[in-house]
Design a protein around this ligand. Structure first.
Ligand SMILES: *[C@@H]1O[C@H](CO)[C@@H](O)[C@H](O)[C@H]1NC(C)=O
Ligand SMILES: *[C@@H]1O[C@H](CO)[C@@H](O)[C@H](O)[C@H]1NC(C)=O
Ligand SMILES: *[C@@H]1O[C@H](CO)[C@@H](O)[C@H](O)[C@H]1NC(C)=O
Ligand SMILES: *[C@@H]1O[C@H](CO)[C@@H](O)[C@H](O)[C@H]1NC(C)=O
Ligand SMILES: *[C@@H]1O[C@H](CO)[C@@H](O)[C@H](O)[C@H]1NC(C)=O
Length: 536
């Protein structure tokens, strides 16, 4: 072979090598969803298990992995799983909520195909239909950085997930019946940590080493405060953002939120309480786990350290202290702060006000007076097959209307590549927690009172975090900037599960007229069809 031919072969080999490596890795999961006995608060209950476990198996992935998750529904009722905070670029087909997917019928299976594209962070999955979340069926979902991307802290000695939240002794069908009859959820019976009540769960650490704890509030009704007796927590990540590594004695987690902290086992060798307690509730529920030093000389004794209960100002200050580390990398090697979210002009302002109207004599919950009701066909399928009469765009206003509540299958239209300001306005006495599927948003401001255009002068346009779930304090507002960078139909919902169930949610249709695979994947070949989509 002459020199040029050799060179040609060498470059061909190089191209083949690059193509082969350009294929992102696949991870396969097979999940069998069943009912089984669980005893979270010491009382036997019928829980939802995944492969016999509650919480379900942890998903441990790396940025850009393709996840193939085959879910076999062995319950006697329809079932779906959704992915809290996992963005699913161009792929709302896999979001697993009522508006995007047909339920997996009892005894049948469905395979989710999702890619954790350009994302890192700590999240969780949960069952989205019929109040199943009250029966468990949730689990941790981690997306780690790719090996060559620097992470702004040394590798921890171990990485623990903590799924904590409130729990009811009544089962999910009884709770659903309470809601269907027109009442809000009752106060929970207790708190649990990784499926267990107090002191039933132990995290073992070696003295002198540093550990990562990823904590999510997977509860249905209450905010929680998390703390570890005698130890400081160094915050390192909030829903995929590497933060300034502030040190905290305790952290508030509102419904649906996730945080990562580093904890160094730097205290005398004994056992310590890890505590969660409810926030902003007149009755305070508490649950504890054990931080056990492997060379521990003493078990825990006495009462666990008391936490904050009602102080809203403290919580607001803590929320404002969450800042992005502008020089740390995110899912890509470039620093996260290179995206100048504060310099981009917004294209639209959406103001969303929560309310609790009585409609037809029953308690409902609403956004801009609209209380969401499902239609007979998932909205994404109705949109795709152009089935008329399932929903109409513009069925929820952009601003509070001030009128009484009404029922509607509410869908808001939005343009792909828009950059919206969303202001969550909470005129009620209770704290709200809002989640948007498929997107992450920059939390630019929160304060007490009524939001006005003048509130913008105090926005943090430099180094706030972006996340997927944000709280709104009582009689307060929270403002976010959100790039509409993901075509699809996405659920916007209260993370208070009774409010969500009774209508405090809607769908955002992010639309591109290009109709291109670059913007949105086509209907998956295995998509289940139901309602009026059957036969299409
Ligand atoms: C799921 O688990 C149930 C109960 O153990 C079992 O009867 C069933 O065969 C399992 N299904 C699959 C698909 O593994
Ligand atoms: C259901 O499981 C069977 C057996 O593993 C598989 O052949 C089939 O493709 C699955 N169906 C879906 C919709 O994933
Ligand atoms: C921010 O990230 C950089 C780069 O990884 C790191 O060196 C620095 O310590 C971090 N700063 C803070 C305050 O967390
Ligand atoms: C829930 O509990 C009620 C009794 O309070 C019982 O009738 C019902 O079958 C239970 N449902 C499930 C799914 O376990
Ligand atoms: C934003 O809008 C202002 C005023 O309309 C304009 O001067 C500025 O150039 C715009 N900035 C960008 C980045 O488009």
């Amino acid at each position: 072979m002459n020199f040029y031919k050799r060179l040609w072969y060498l470059s061909l080999l190089l191209v083949l090598f690059l193509v082969a490596n350009g294929e992102d890795p696949y991870r396969f999961y097979t999940w069998n969803v069943t009912y089984g006995d669980i005893y979270p608060l010491g009382i036997k209950q019928q829980g939802i298990l995944i492969n016999g476990q509650f919480p379900g198996p942890q998903i441990e992935s790396v940025t850009n992995d393709n996840l193939i998750i085959s879910v076999f529904n062995s319950l006697n009722e329809p079932f779906l799983i959704s992915w809290n905070g996992v963005q699913q670029r161009r792929n709302s087909w896999q979001d697993g909520v009522y508006g995007t997917n047909c339920p997996i019928p009892a005894g049948k299976n469905f395979t989710y195909v999702l890619q954790v594209k350009d994302q890192i962070g700590s999240y969780f999955y949960f069952p989205s239909l019929a109040f199943h979340k009250a029966a468990g069926g949730y689990g941790a979902f981690k997306i780690n950085s790719r090996p060559l991307i620097p992470v702004p802290f040394p590798p921890p000695a171990a990485d623990f997930s903590i799924l904590a939240g409130d729990w009811y002794n009544r089962n999910h069908t009884d709770l659903k019946a309470i809601l269907d009859s027109g009442s809000d959820l009752p106060f929970p019976d207790g708190l649990i940590i990784n499926g267990h009540g107090s002191n039933a769960y132990t995290f073992t650490v070696d003295q002198g080493k540093t550990y990562r704890f990823r904590i999510s509030n997977v509860g249905l009704k209450t905010s929680i405060n998390f703390r570890i007796q005698g130890h400081k927590m160094q915050l390192v990540e909030v829903e995929g953002i590497h933060t300034l590594q502030n040190s905290y004695d305790s952290i508030d987690l509102h419904l649906g939120q996730s945080y990562s902290v580093l904890v160094t086992a730097d205290q005398p060798p004994q056992d310590y309480y890890m505590v969660v307690s409810t926030r902003f509730t007149s009755q305070v529920l508490t649950a504890t786990s054990i931080l056990h030093y492997s060379n521990s000389a003493r078990t825990v004794s006495g009462p666990p350290p008391a936490g904050l209960t009602t102080q809203i100002d403290w919580s607001l200050e803590q929320a404002r202290s969450l800042r992005r580390n502008l020089t740390a990398s995110g899912p890509r090697p470039n620093p996260q702060g290179s995206y100048h979210y504060g310099l981009i002009n917004t294209t639209r302002t959406i103001r969303l006000e929560n309310s609790a109207p009585i409609i037809n004599g029953k308690q409902r919950f609403a956004v801009n007076s609209v209380s969401f009701i499902p239609a007979d066909t998932p909205l994404k399928l109705a949109d795709y097959f152009k089935i008329q009469g399932v929903f109409s765009l513009g069925s929820i206003p952009d601003s509070p209307s001030g009128g009484g509540g009404y029922l509607q299958t509410s869908v808001m239209a939005a343009d792909f590549r828009g950059y919206v300001e969303i202001v969550f306005e909470n005129p009620e006495d209770s704290l709200q927690s809002w989640h948007i599927d498929g997107h992450h948003f920059f939390v630019v401001g929160m304060d007490g009172g009524q939001w006005s255009a003048a509130s913008r002068s105090n926005y943090n346009l430099i180094d706030t975090i972006s996340r997927c779930t944000v709280q709104v304090y009582p009689n307060s507002w929270t403002a976010v900037y959100m790039p509409l960078d993901n075509v699809g139909i996405w659920n916007v919902r209260s993370e208070d599960w009774g409010r969500q169930y009774l209508g405090q949610q809607f769908y955002l249709r992010v639309y591109s007229s290009a109709n291109s695979w670059r913007d949105e994947y086509p209907l998956p070949s295995n998509a289940l069809l139901c309602g009026r989509a059957v036969g299409h």
